[in-house]
Write a protein that binds this ligand. Structure first.
Ligand SMILES: N[C@@H](CCC(=O)N[C@@H](CS)C(=O)NCC(=O)O)C(=O)O
Length: 285
């Protein structure tokens, strides 16, 4: 008891309390003034949470562009929240729809399909649906990681600064690189040599190019759900990975993938230029 009194009365205890008080007070003030207004959506309107716009494509990430393209393809009213707030799973994109939060672009699509009775694959046979799914998964679960490794690990800091200049990178680059290294190691692809990783990327692009061939869209004359994912990914290569091996291959060996991206952009993004930051910056220069 004596000891407790001594501790409570000591100079160090009082100083620690004062410091803790200042820290808590500062935290409350910062939180109070940086609190963002929560978007309230009209009924049946999606709030799409994603990063801010990219320099030459509406997102620097394939998955938000996939989901936003889907919302357009399916004619679903939506509003963007571009503050970069992450989902409950710590990823982007995610959405709120009539008060329900859904994380993961594919789960968002499936939720909306169910809620609104949408089927963008209605014109496909069961066999075509299976092929579309296989290509989508190859693109999102395999090709994607070669883009991640090119962008974050093999690419230059200058390329990243260009990509992120209008976005807040709240975590220092070395920490992001450390996380990416551990993610790709866990996935397995990060254990391969750079040459091997790039070969995987090129082989996937070749498979997409060979399968697309002269067709306007992945599965034929009309776009389907998988086109949203494939376009979201390829748009990064076409517009936002300058001088990367991926861009060089696509330009030299798989030009039908570039034509495909322009076709998708024309059909679903007539307002593309208003949703990228590059023209704005050009005007300011
Ligand atoms: N399967 C998810 C993938 C989303 C995803 O990987 N998003 C990345 C951006 S490209 C992300 O949020 N990364 C942040 C992180 O992993 O911490 C989806 O389809 O939404």
């Amino acid at each position: 008891m004596e000891n407790l009194h001594e501790i409570l009365g000591s100079k160090w205890f009082k100083l620690s309390c004062a410091v803790a008080g200042v820290v808590v007070f500062g935290y409350v003030i910062v939180k109070r003034f940086t609190r963002r207004e929560k978007k309230i959506a009209p009924k049946d309107t999606v709030i799409l949470y994603q990063f801010g716009r990219g320099p030459k494509a509406p997102s620097i990430s394939p998955f938000p562009l996939k989901l936003e393209t889907y919302l357009r393809m399916a004619n679903i009213p939506y509003e963007n929240d571009l503050t970069g707030k992450m989902s409950s799973k710590g990823k982007t994109p995610w959405m709120e729809y009539n008060g329900v939060a859904v994380a993961d672009s594919q789960f968002c699509i499936e939720y909306l399909n169910k809620e609104r009775g949408i089927d963008l694959n209605a014109h496909l046979t069961a066999e075509q649906k299976a092929i579309a799914r296989a290509f989508q998964k190859m693109t999102e679960e395999n090709l994607y990681w070669t883009l991640v490794m090119q962008r974050w690990l093999y690419g230059t800091k200058k390329d990243l600064q260009y990509l992120f200049q209008n976005l807040r990178l709240s975590v220092p680059l070395f920490l992001i690189r450390r996380t990416v290294n551990s993610e790709v190691h866990g996935h397995g692809i990060g254990r391969h040599s750079k040459e091997e990783v790039l070969k995987i990327g090129k082989d996937d692009l070749k498979a997409l190019s060979d399968y697309l061939s002269q067709k306007p869209f992945l599965m034929g004359d009309e776009p389907c759900e998988a086109d949203c994912a494939v376009f979201g990914m390829l748009a990064q290569v076409v517009w936002q990975m300058p001088n990367s091996p991926h861009e060089i291959w696509i330009k030299k060996e798989f030009p039908n993938l570039i034509e495909y991206c322009y076709r998708m952009k024309e059909r679903f993004w007539p307002d593309w230029d208003e949703n990228i930051t590059e023209p704005e910056r050009k005007k300011m220069e």
